[in-house]
Design a protein around this ligand. Structure first.
Ligand SMILES: Cc1cc2nc3c(=O)[nH]c(=O)nc-3n(C[C@H](O)[C@H](O)[C@H](O)COP(=O)(O)O)c2cc1C
Length: 216
């Protein structure tokens, strides 16, 4: 490359750098108040509950995401702060992460907000099965053992697994009621996912769960 060309390239790069907009950080998403009434009768929902693995890429409306998260692990008794799913000794040690195409968020049930965690599309990291990368939403259930007071290390996985499973079943029932597809997934490469979500080493990824409209 001639000296003049190099000079022009360097100047162009400098201009480019000078005018480039700094990338906007991922913003929190305030959730609309969840719908706490309606849906199909429980026995119909139980009849229709199933795992599915073929999803449309169509995004879920924010109201539906709010309803889904409330059904999963929202607060259903404001006086005590207790939730739609039980947790051993009311530890409430599971945080629900929501991985969307634009970024990953943590569900703050009390504030009704999706707290921004990491910008960018991490969906493919939520599991080895190909549909996870294109389905609109993957939940990741993350346990915080520090909240599990008085339990020995041998029992942490058992309680965290049980508490995450109740949340997962709520998601299954909500999806059956709303005509959405879902599958809970233990097949997760936990270490890279935890890293991508910037989780401290003390936290544990328990399961993931994909949600979306059925593939047409
Ligand atoms: C703890 C747990 C982990 C699971 N992990 C996976 C998984 O990694 N990938 C998957 O496709 N299905 C997974 N499943 C879904 C099961 O395969 C499914 O529930 C089972 O085949 C019965 O089908 P059904 O849910 O339609 O009744 C898991 C289910 C449970 C309860």
């Amino acid at each position: 490359m001639k000296v003049a060309t190099i000079a022009i390239t360097v100047a162009a790069l400098a201009v480019g750098l000078a005018v480039a907009e700094p990338e906007a950080p991922l913003a929190d998403i305030p959730l609309p108040a969840p719908r706490m009434a309606g849906g199909k009768p429980l026995l119909t929902v139980l009849k229709e509950r199933q795992s599915s693995r073929a999803f449309s890429a169509k995004p879920l409306p924010v109201q539906l995401v709010s309803d889904l998260l409330w059904a999963a692990f929202g607060i259903n008794r404001t006086d005590s702060g207790k939730r739609t799913a039980p947790s051993a000794r009311n530890w409430q040690e599971i945080d629900v992460y929501v991985v969307l195409a634009e970024g990953a968020y943590r569900y703050d049930a009390k504030a009704g907000i999706l707290r921004a965690v990491v910008k960018g599309d991490l969906r493919a990291l939520t599991g080895g099965q190909p549909f996870v990368a294109t389905a609109p939403l993957n939940l990741v259930f993350v346990a915080d053992p520090a909240r599990m007071k008085g339990v020995g290390p041998a029992d942490i996985s058992m309680y965290a697994g049980a508490d995450a499973a109740f949340i997962s079943q709520n998601v299954y029932l909500f999806c059956a009621s709303e005509g959405l597809g879902t599958v809970v997934r233990g097949l997760v490469d936990r270490e890279p996912l935890a890293k991508a979500l910037n989780l401290p080493e003390s936290l544990r990824v328990v399961f993931a769960q994909t949600v979306g409209y059925p593939e047409e």
